[in-house]
Design a protein around this ligand. Structure first.
Ligand SMILES: [Zn+2]
Length: 278
């Protein structure tokens, strides 16, 4: 990253509004009438209430702490125009976070998710929005060129995955999300090592701290999907199927060291094929 871009990135990073668990101010449901007899009528009333709340914002200052997910949702989101992140309460439990687990577990799972969301502020769509939420590209041409070159390698990497004999993943469609997975896992690993302050975690269950970091990441993507649903996701969803998000590890040098992955192993990628976005 060029020094000028780095300055903008740091300003953007420092300005991120981080909301964890639930909003400081609950949305108002005043005026919303629901009853026990008609699910359809309840649904329509909820839509009308939401629309009215949105229209009431016109002409008023933007609230950067506003939430766009409910606390009960297992998910997380980056809100570019608000320069904000939401981490609902529901994702802050196993298999993503456990206050009793060690750093390897938590950085590998929720750490990678947090890294994923932060990194969206610094990808090709994050480049279009500055620290104040204005639509303004803040990257130099050389930063864009570097990002595009690494992006192309990631497109090719994911294009080569074929969950079904007649259906490959779409690396271009998934680029923003796969990029956030690579950048997020790399940052989570760095944060995990930094948290240890140079010491090593004990071996637990036969696995070193680094091994457990990557196992935790993989287990956070454990998933069961019907074939029809997976085919639909591949064609129309910007997120790769969970199994392929796990393969993000192929781009991280520390994963090769942790498990002794060597040329000839199924998931091995030569160092010059591993993608490093920043
Ligand atoms: Zn994402």
């Amino acid at each position: 990253m060029a020094p000028a871009t780095k300055r903008e990135a740091l300003a953007k990073l420092q300005g991120i509004v981080i909301s964890v668990g639930y909003p400081d101010t609950w949305p108002s449901y005043t005026g919303l009438r629901v009853g026990p007899t008609s699910a359809y009528a309840n649904r329509m009333a909820a839509i009308r209430n939401t629309t009215a709340n949105q229209l009431a914002k016109l002409g008023k200052p933007q609230d950067n702490a506003e939430w766009w997910m409910v606390p009960q949702l297992v998910n997380a989101v980056n809100l570019p125009v608000q320069n904000a992140l939401n981490f609902p309460a529901a994702i802050l439990q196993q298999p993503y976070f456990d206050p009793r687990a060690d750093a390897a577990f938590n950085y590998g799972a929720i750490g990678a998710t947090i890294g994923h969301e932060i990194s969206h502020s610094f990808d090709s769509s994050g480049a279009a929005v500055d620290a104040t939420g204005k639509l303004r590209n803040w990257w130099t041409a050389s930063d864009l060129a570097h990002f595009q070159a690494q992006s192309q390698a990631l497109v090719t990497q994911y294009d080569n995955y074929a969950p079904f004999p007649d259906l490959h993943l779409n690396g271009q469609l998934e680029l923003g999300e796969n990029g956030a997975d690579v950048a997020g896992l790399a940052a989570a690993y760095d944060a995990y090592r930094a948290s240890l302050g140079g010491r090593e975690l004990p071996v637990i269950g036969g696995f070193t701290g680094d091994q457990r970091f990557f196992i935790s990441f993989a287990q956070s993507w454990a998933n069961k999907t019907r074939e029809a649903a997976e085919r639909s996701q591949i064609v129309g969803n910007a997120h790769a199927p969970a199994e392929y998000r796990t393969l993000t590890v192929r781009n991280i040098d520390a994963w090769y060291d942790a498990f002794g992955v060597k040329p000839g192993d199924k998931l091995y990628l030569a160092p010059d094929k591993r993608v490093r976005l920043w």
